[in-house]
Design a protein around this ligand. Structure first.
Ligand code: FES
Length: 181
């Protein structure tokens, strides 16, 4: 990627929409002040930015580039290389379903199908109402409980489609109650 390609160019090419509300960028400045502006701190800085916003907004990435003296295209290169970074807002709940071997042979496929069906989205997508983002991952490190999913920080194991449906219904109910719906 050439250095004169801006982050905005790349995002437009990728069909990513711009956010309309102005973003408070003060945290970005504070993060760089505390971690330093050397190029080697780029990843820790971006990690902290993502912790603040839940993803790395375009304006924040531009500001990081500006304050650290790095081309925006280089920042975008890092953001797209590492799967830990997200360039669009994520749902209120992060649902990870394991597609690893242990889970697969114990019926993980039906669990994943149920999740995709109930959420109406596939891997790497977020529901329109921002209820949840969904990801398939190679192994959640709890193979003894296969098939396994993680909802936010909680693991749910020994699942089948029926149990998955119940868990998701509970999650939806809790989410609605929290939001006073
Ligand atoms: S294969 Fe699913 S948790 Fe390891």
């Amino acid at each position: 990627m050439s250095a004169d390609v801006t982050l905005e160019d790349v995002r437009q090419d990728a069909g990513l929409e711009e956010t309309e509300e102005p973003l408070d960028l003060a945290p970005v400045q504070r993060i760089i002040e505390s971690l330093g502006e050397t190029k080697g701190m780029l990843i820790p800085v971006l990690q902290e930015v993502q912790k603040v916003y839940g993803y790395v907004p375009e304006e924040a990435a531009d500001m990081v580039a500006d304050l650290m003296g790095i081309y925006p295209s280089q920042v975008f290169g890092v953001l797209t290389f590492y799967t830990q970074f997200h360039l669009t807002p994520r749902g209120r709940h992060i649902i990870r379903a394991c597609s690893g071997t242990a889970c697969h042979v114990r019926g993980g496929k039906s669990v994943i199908s149920k999740l995709e069906h109930m959420l109406g989205i596939g891997h790497g997508e977020t529901t329109e109402d921002m209820f949840a983002s969904f990801e398939k991952v190679a192994c959640l490190g709890a193979c003894g409980l296969a098939p396994v999913i993680m909802i936010d920080n909680d693991a749910h194991g020994q699942l089948d489609a029926v149990k998955t449906e119940r868990i998701m219904e509970n999650l939806r109910e809790m989410d609605m109650m929290k939001r006073g719906e």
